[in-house]
Design a protein around this ligand. Structure first.
Ligand code: PMP
Length: 395
């Protein structure tokens, strides 16, 4: 049977990580992988997460099954974190379960859409995070693209996106990045979220918010403003949440999927379908990471410590963005100012594929061929080297 299989091409991000690992250059820089790094280039366990984990280990007296819906306390607290002040007015219409990471949430949501409406198309931004395509498309749903970036690759093409929304049919789903758009760093303003909510009402499409970076853009509450506005005015929406970045729990696989339904009755039915989908894929999500988040968010002091640490991570990224733009301007390239204005972990640098290859081969600086750079991979120590090398690649 397996003789018939042909090897697939390497995943571009994993391939890049391998090249970086094998490179002996003392100044090598990894701007590929999307994990937060501190100035020492490490991704440490967040202090509040560690403290919660220690307390949890001391208290936990059973590892018996939790169930397909996962940790209920986690789901309740995460709904609060994401929906915030509008939760009380929509909570009885929410079907929500814990999932293995944001990827698990996207997959369960895709299967739920397929169950409820097999002919619905899902519209994703062009470009979008590469894994959206298999996670959503493999459910058998039709994927459509809406334009997102202008010609220069560094700004939103709002008129083109607006025009595309007129093509979306009633019952279709439009995937929006909650904050810190991956891969471009180009976010929607609250006024644009409001316009999209009006459009969803007018056309009858369903927004699907992928929230993988809450707290990395403008702040925990600010980053959820678009989602909260939509939840307060629309009958239906979908939400996929990841705790990988903002709790630094990447490998523990922690996330949540939510379907906001038009009525309480519909949400009860949607929950039964979610649970049946979960049973047919992975049966139950892993508990450890969700239990840490639940413990942390339920404890005022730990929650405050976590918020402060996340704030400092966000500010560090913003500072790196500004330092990068300032250094490029000082080298004669003020056009990189856009990096300072964008949000979250990633930006498209807007350089060509040969330039990206040159940076990898000649300077041991690794970014994706699309020119997506992970800003968190910059540091005090490597920023000058990266900027000088980039300037050299342009001239
Ligand atoms: N959505 C987006 C846009 C992402 O960037 C990521 C992580 N790279 C995810 C979802 C899912 O993350 P995870 O499954 O690791 O929680």
């Amino acid at each position: 049977m397996f003789d018939s299989l042909q090897a697939l091409p390497a995943d571009p991000i994993l391939g890049l990580m391998q090249l970086y690992r094998n490179d002996a250059h003392p100044q090598k820089v990894d701007l590929g992988v999307g994990v937060y790094k501190n100035d020492a280039g490490q991704t440490p366990v967040m202090a509040a997460v560690k403290a919660a984990e220690v307390q949890l280990l001391a208290q936990q007296n059973s590892k018996t099954y939790v169930g397909p819906a996962g940790n209920e306390a986690f789901v309740a607290l995460m709904k609060q974190l994401t929906f915030g002040e509008c939760l009380s007015s929509v909570d009885d219409r929410l079907a929500a379960v814990q999932t293995p990471g944001g990827c698990g949430a996207l997959k369960v949501a895709a299967e739920l859409i397929k169950t409820a409406s097999p002919t619905a198309a899902i519209w994703v931004s062009s470009p979008t995070w590469g894994n959206h395509i298999p996670l959503l498309g493999n459910a058998g749903l039709q994927l459509r693209e809406y334009p997102y970036l202008s010609q220069c690759q560094t700004q939103l093409d709002w008129p083109a996106m607006q025009a595309a929304m007129d093509q979306v049919k009633a019952g279709d789903v439009v995937l929006l990045h909650g904050s810190c758009h991956n891969p471009t760093g180009v976010d929607l303003t609250l006024a644009q979220w409001q316009w999209l909510a009006d459009k969803a009402l007018e056309k009858g499409f369903i927004p699907f918010v992928d929230m993988a970076y809450q707290g990395f853009g403008d702040g925990i509450e600010e980053d959820a403003a678009g989602l909260r506005y939509m939840a307060s005015v629309l009958p239906e929406l979908l939400l996929a949440v990841s705790c990988s970045k903002n709790f630094g729990l990447y490998r523990e696989r922690v996330g949540m999927v939510v379907a906001m339904c038009p009525s309480g009755g519909a949400s009860v039915a949607a929950t039964t379908h979610m649970l049946s989908i979960v049973r047919g894929i992975y049966s139950m999500p892993p508990d450890h990471g969700a239990a840490i988040v639940a413990h942390l968010l339920a404890n005022g002091a730990l929650a405050n410590e976590w918020r402060a640490e996340l704030d400092s991570m966000r500010l560090r990224i913003q500072q790196l963005r500004c330092q990068f733009a300032d250094t490029m301007a000082a080298l004669g390239y003020p056009e990189f100012q856009f990096v300072a204005n964008q949000k979250g972990m990633f930006s498209y640098l807007g350089i060509s594929q040969p330039q990206v290859t040159w940076l990898a081969e000649q300077k041991s600086i690794y970014l994706l061929s699309s020119s997506r750079a992970s800003i968190a991979g910059l540091s005090r120590d490597n920023l000058d080297y990266v900027c000088h090398s980039l300037a050299q690649s342009i001239t």
